[in-house]
Design a protein around this ligand. Structure first.
Ligand code: 5GP
Ligand code: ZN
Length: 138
């Protein structure tokens, strides 16, 4: 897709620090290096994000994730790895070609903070919400 930075990287029109490539995916170091070794796994097919992704592209992309995460983990001597994926701007997506972040973690104060607000469970509400979501799974 024209004007897509990741399509340009896939086509070789702009350079990247590539760590892996096959017919379906490419993986390269994120330019921002949130932590050293921060890598992006990207399907070669231009899809906007997970909300737009067909099952085949998802299978091709996610099946590569364990071996690439293991490689990053091993090469960096990281203590842990976060797998992060942002869908739409509110969730932090800034490049609208689907990608998965592989982020090595070195310490609790390495600049990454992931927290979830916890609420008292209302099991009736949870049940209703689960039913609503269940109906949308096709
Ligand atoms: P998002 O915010 O969409 O989840 O992540 C997009 C990521 O792409 C950001 O972490 C950003 O640093 C990275 N990025 C943006 N432009 C480039 C680029 O030209 N080359 C590389 N290697 N990474 C990029
Ligand atoms: Zn693209």
């Amino acid at each position: 897709m024209e004007d897509c930075i990741f399509c340009k990287i896939i086509n070789g029109h702009i350079p990247s620090s590539k760590i892996y490539e096959d017919e379906q995916v490419i993986a390269f170091l994120d330019i921002s290096q949130t932590t050293p070794g921060h890598t992006l796994l990207v399907p070669k097919k231009h899809v906007r994000n997970i909300l737009d992704m067909d099952q085949e592209t998802a299978a091709e992309t996610f099946s590569r994730l364990p071996k690439l995460a293991r490689a990053v983990h091993k090469a960096t001597d990281a203590l842990a790895i976060n797998i992060i994926n942002n869908n739409e701007a509110l969730a932090g997506q800034s490049v609208f070609h689907a990608h998965i972040h592989i982020v090595p973690r070195y310490s609790e104060d390495d600049g990454i903070s992931i927290s979830y607000t916890t609420h008292e469970p209302d099991f009736e509400k949870l049940g209703l919400l689960a039913d609503k979501i269940k109906k949308e799974v096709i």
